[in-house]
Design a binder for this molecule. Structure first.
Ligand code: G3H
Ligand code: 13P
Ligand code: ZN
Length: 284
C-alpha cells in the first residue's frame, strides 16, 4: 500500500477505542522489524523518524526505506516526523514524502507554539499531511527534577482546549508524567488530568515516553483517550541487548548480518507485544 495519513489511522482508532503504536526507526533493520511486526499482527502502524534519525540515516533513505516497506505490505503504514522543532525541517519532511509530522513547539511560549503549529496545520491540510502538536513539556528521565517541579511542566487542560481549537491539530502530545528514556521507578501518571484534557479538547491524545510504563497504566490511558503511543527506548534495549549477546557468544564472528539479524528479530517480538497491548493488533 501507499503511505496513509495519521488522521486516517486515528479515525479508525477513535471508532474502535484502541491506540496505534508509533515506533522510532533509525536504520533498515529497524524499519523491517516494525513492518514485519505490523504484518504479523495485522496492525496499522506509525513508523516515526526523529531529527536525530534523519541526521543519522538521511532524509531520502528514511522515506525510501519506509515507502518500500509499505508497498510490500497490505497494512496501513504512516511515516511520521517525531519531535520536529524546526519549521523548515518540518517542511522538508512534507516535501520528501512524510504522511504526518509533529511540530514540537513545547519549549516556546504558548502564543508562538500555537502560531507556528497552526501554520504547519494549514500547510499540512493543503498537501494531505497530518500534524501532531505538543503542549506541556515531556521531561527526560535523566532530568533530575522533583515531582512538584515536574507538575509545573504538565499540560494545562484549559490551555489544551485553546491550543486544539486554534491550531486544528490531528493529535495532541501532552505531559502527564511520562518521560523519554528508561524510568528509575514507576512513573506516576496524572490520569484525572488526561481525562480532563480529553473532555475539553476531544482530541486524539499522544502518550510519549511510553517505554517502561506498566501495562495497566497504558490500558488506563487508552480508556481515557490515548490514541497514539510512542515507543523507542524499549526497542533500543531489545535491539542492542540482542547484539551484545551475539557478540559475546560469537567473539570471532565478523559477519554483521549475524549480529543485526537476531537484533531485528528481538525488536520485532517487542513490537508485536506492544501492538497486542495497545489493541491495534488485528485492526488492519
Ligand atoms: O523522543 C525521542 C525519541 O526517543 C528519539 O530519540 O532523538 O535520540 O532519535 P533521538
Ligand atoms: P521512549 O523512548 O521513552 O519510549 O519515548 C519515545 C518517544 O516519546 C518518542 O517520541
Ligand atoms: Zn517523544
Amino acid at each position: 500500500m501507499e503511505l496513509v495519513t495519521l488522521r486516517e489511522v486515528l479515525n479508525a482508532a477513535e471508532k474502535g477505542g484502541y491506540a496505534v503504536g508509533a515506533f522510532n526507526a533509525n536504520n533498515m533493520e529497524i524499519v523491517q522489524a516494525i513492518m514485519r511486526a505490523a504484518a504479523a499482527e495485522r496492525s496499522p502502524v506509525i513508523l516515526q523518524a526523529s531529527q536525530g534519525a534523519i541526521n543519522y540515516a538521511g532524509l531520502d533513505y528514511i522515506v525510501t526505506m519506509v515507502k518500500t516497506g509499505a508497498r510490500g505490505t497490505d497494512v496501513p503504514v504512516v511515516l511520521h516526523l517525531d519531535h520536529g522543532t524546526d519549521f523548515l525541517q518540518v517542511m522538508r519532511c512534507m516535501r520528501a514524502g512524510f504522511s504526518s509530522v509533529m511540530f514540537d513547539g513545547s519549549r516556546l511560549p504558548l502564543a508562538e507554539n500555537m502560531q507556528i503549529t497552526r501554520k504547519v496545520v494549514e500547510i499540512g491540510r493543503a498537501v494531505g499531511v497530518s500534524v501532531e502538536g505538543e503542549l506541556g513539556k515531556i521531561a527526560g528521565t535523566e532530568d533530575d527534577i522533583s515531582v512538584s517541579e515536574k507538575e509545573v511542566l504538565f499540560t494545562d487542560p484549559l490551555e489544551a482546549r485553546q491550543f486544539v481549537r486554534e491550531t486544528g491539530v490531528d493529535a495532541l502530545a501532552i505531559a502527564i508524567g511520562t518521560a523519554h528514556g528508561p524510568y528509575k521507578g514507576r512513573p506516576e501518571l496524572d490520569f484525572p488530568r488526561l481525562a480532563r484534557i480529553r473532555e475539553l479538547t476531544g482530541a486524539s491524545i499522544v502518550m510519549h515516553g511510553a517505554s517502561g510504563v506498566p501495562d495497566e497504566d497504558v490500558r488506563r490511558g487508552i480508556d481515557r483517550g490515548i490514541r497514539k503511543i510512542n515507543i523507542d527506548t524499549d526497542l533500543r534495549q531489545a535491539f542492542v541487548r540482542a547484539m551484545q549477546v551475539q557478540m559475546a557468544e560469537n567473539p570471532d564472528n565478523i559477519d554483521p548480518r549475524k549480529v543485526l539479524g537476531p537484533a531485528r528479530e528481538a525488536m520485532e517480538k517487542v513490537i508485536r507485544e506492544k501492538m497486542r497491548l495497545f489493541g491495534c493488533a488485528g485492526k488492519a
